[in-house]
Design a protein around this ligand. Structure first.
Ligand code: G3P
Length: 217
C-alpha cells in the first residue's frame, strides 16, 4: 500500500519525507487555506514547493465548479510539474472534466467519494484515483472502511485500473484497516503515520538495550 501525506504544511511534509516512506501528497482547499495560502500565484508556488520535497503524485484540487473552468484550471495545475494529479470533486461537471482530462493525458483524483456508485462513475470516466472519505463517513455512524473495501472489490472484479486512495484518515488504526481491505493508497496526516512506530515494548526494549550498551563501555 502506498502512503501519501494529507497536508499542505511544508514542515510536516518534510518530516514525513525524511522518514523515506512517502509516495505522494494530497491537499484540498481547506488544508491550503489552513496554511494561509492566498492568491493564484501563491497557490501555484506552494504546489511547486511540495513537488520539490516529495517525488511522487501530488494532488492539487481545482477550486472551480463548472466543467469549462475546471478544464482551464486543471490544465494549468498539471503544467506546473509532471507529478501533479488534478483533484476534481465528484459532481456532474467533475465527472465530465475527469473524462476530458483522461482523454487528454492528465491524471486525476476524484474526491468527495461517499458511495460505490460515485466511485464507479469516476472510474468509468477514467480517474487515476478515487478518494473515499473514511473519517467523514465514520463521523455520521456510517462505515468508512466498509466503503473502501466495497470499492476495492468492485474495481478488482471489473478490472478497473483506477486506484482506491483512502482519504479522511483520522487514526493509526484506520491505516491498518486500509491495509487489511486492500486500499491501493492511504493518505494520512503525519500523526497517524508516526503512530505506526509506537509500541511500549519497543520503548522499554530500547531503554534496556541503551542501559546495557552503557555497561559495555
Ligand atoms: O483528503 C481529504 C481529507 O483531507 C479530508 O479529511 O479529516 O477533513 O475529513 P478530513
Amino acid at each position: 500500500m502506498k502512503f501519501f501525506i494529507d497536508t499542505a504544511n511544508l514542515e510536516q511534509i518534510k518530516e514525513g519525507a525524511a522518514l523515506g516512506i512517502l509516495d505522494g501528497v494530497t491537499t484540498n482547499p481547506s488544508l491550503m487555506a489552513k496554511e494561509g495560502i492566498k492568491g493564484a500565484e501563491a497557490i501555484k508556488q506552494h504546489y511547486i514547493d511540495i513537488c520539490n520535497i516529495v517525488d511522487g503524485d501530488i494532488s492539487a484540487e481545482v477550486l472551480s465548479t463548472t466543467f469549462e473552468e475546471m478544464i482551464v484550471e486543471g490544465k494549468e495545475l498539471a503544467s506546473l510539474h509532471k507529478n501533479i494529479v488534478v483533484k476534481v470533486p465528484c459532481t456532474a461537471d467533475g465527472i465530465k472534466a475527469i473524462k476530458w482530462f483522461a482523454d487528454n493525458g492528465i491524471r486525476t483524483n476524484c474526491t468527495l467519494i461517499f458511495t460505490v456508485g460515485q466511485a464507479l462513475l469516476a472510474a468509468k470516466a477514467g480517474a487515476s484515483y478515487v478518494s473515499p472519505f473514511v473519517g467523514r463517513l465514520d463521523d455520521i455512524s456510517s462505515d468508512g472502511i466498509g466503503l473502501v473495501s466495497q470499492i476495492v472489490d468492485v474495481f478488482y472484479t471489473y478490472g478497473y485500473e483506477t486506484e482506491v486512495l483512502a482519504a479522511s484518515i483520522r487514526s493509526t488504526q484506520h491505516i491498518i484497516d486500509c491495509l487489511e481491505v486492500g486500499a491501493h493508497v492511504a493518505t494520512c496526516p503525519l500523526q497517524p503515520i508516526l503512530g505506526l512506530l509506537k509500541h511500549p515494548l519497543t520503548d522499554s526494549g530500547m531503554a534496556t538495550f541503551i542501559a546495557d550498551t552503557a555497561k559495555m563501555q
